[in-house]
Write a protein that binds this ligand. Structure first.
Ligand SMILES: [Fe+2]
Length: 358
């Protein structure tokens, strides 16, 4: 995508996005595409998505332009979608499930609603740690669980790791969301893979001791509370800060200006990275088209727009980043397979519960 197109994309509304998707993605050979369209005419895939961005719809239109396959989008919350596909059973019209957090994708896999997929494109583009080894699901974009700190109270040299937040020196300072949230569960699940249960429980107990308040709200609320002086360090996904930075509301600007972002564990294994990802549904009526759709979502231009929609990092390497997250600087992400967060989910929950993490 050229510079002007990218600039347009950054400030885009749905109309601009649709325009861009049409023009940026429709540059293949016209005649071969026309043939493809004829062959695929009348085909539809049903995409069940927990993402709600206008720009995604523009991308799906781009897929239709390229292949002639229409995308019927069903949007709902992740757990509701998983439950719906499960209850529809073998009669489910769903072809693709898109949702966030590997913990949830794993849950969907456990529920038996995803099928393994073999695609050379997907395995070559999506790093091995960001997809399920048998191909039940694939990461489409990356999100990093970071530390957001109050610049007036914390010097970044005092910050180091997730583990360090359990140190008594952070008493009354740490803000995070509840243990019922999948982000908390996946972070704890990743620590479990690295340190084992006893050490992880010790960490969770220390962290709970250091809570600034009883956990409440979403990641944005943690950042707001940090800026308001309720605590001095918040655990949050990076894009929540990016959204505040991008906001034109003065109150959001005020919050964004009070805090800064820190990538933890850069001197050891790297920061906790999770995904927004997708899998092909077990009884997909249109399996081939569903695979084609996933392959389309990891193509370079689509990756750029898909990730930018939520200030995320693309899974494909060499794809331009949104300028706001570019300013966060480089980071090292941990090389733990995202499937581990799901596998460890139940034990992570028990540990958080025992530690008193509400
Ligand atoms: Fe989120």
């Amino acid at each position: 995508m050229d510079k002007i197109a990218r600039r347009a994309l950054l400030g885009m509304g749905a109309g601009a996005a649709a325009y861009l998707a049409h023009h940026a993605l429709n540059q293949g050979s016209e005649s071969s595409m026309a043939q493809e369209r004829l062959a695929q005419a009348g085909r539809v895939i049903n995409v069940y998505s927990a993402r709600h961005y206008d720009t995604d719809k523009a991308l799906y239109n781009g897929f239709t332009q390229q292949t002639g396959i229409r995308v019927n989008l069903i949007e709902a919350e992740a757990d509701a979608l998983i439950e719906r596909i499960r209850s529809e059973g073998s009669r489910s019209p769903a072809d693709v499930l898109i949702t966030v957090d590997a913990g949830r994708l794993w849950r969907a896999q456990q529920a038996g609603i995803l099928q393994p997929v073999q695609s050379r494109t997907l395995t070559s583009v999506v790093p091995a740690n960001l997809r399920e080894p048998q191909g039940h699901w694939f990461g489409l974009s990356r999100r990093v669980r970071v530390l957001i700190y109050d610049k007036s109270k914390v010097n970044p040299s005092q910050l180091s790791t997730y583990e360090d937040l359990a140190n008594a020196r952070w008493r009354g300072q740490v803000l995070t969301r509840t243990s019922t949230n999948v982000y908390s569960q996946s972070l704890t699940g990743s620590l479990l893979a690295i340190h084992g249960a006893p050490k992880t429980e010790q960490w969770a107990r220390g962290l709970v001791q250091n809570f600034a308040r009883s956990p409440q709200g979403n990641d944005t609320d943690q950042i707001r509370a940090c800026a308001a002086g309720v605590g001095s360090v918040a655990i949050a996904n990076h894009y929540y800060l990016a959204r505040l930075i991008a906001s034109n509301k003065p109150e959001d600007q005020e919050v964004a200006n009070k805090v800064a972002l820190f990538f933890p564990n850069q001197r050891d294994r790297g920061a906790h990275v999770n995904i927004c990802g997708a899998g092909v549904v077990a009884g997909a009526p249109n399996r081939q088209a569903a695979i084609q759709f996933l392959e389309y979502l990891v193509s370079p231009k689509v990756q750029e727009m898909f990730a930018m929609a939520n200030y995320e990092y693309p899974v494909r390497s060499g794809v331009p980043l949104h300028p706001i997250i570019q300013r966060f600087g480089n980071f090292r992400g941990q090389n733990v397979n995202a499937a581990v967060f799901g596998r460890n989910n139940a034990e992570a929950l028990r540990i958080m519960d025992r530690a008193g993490w509400r």
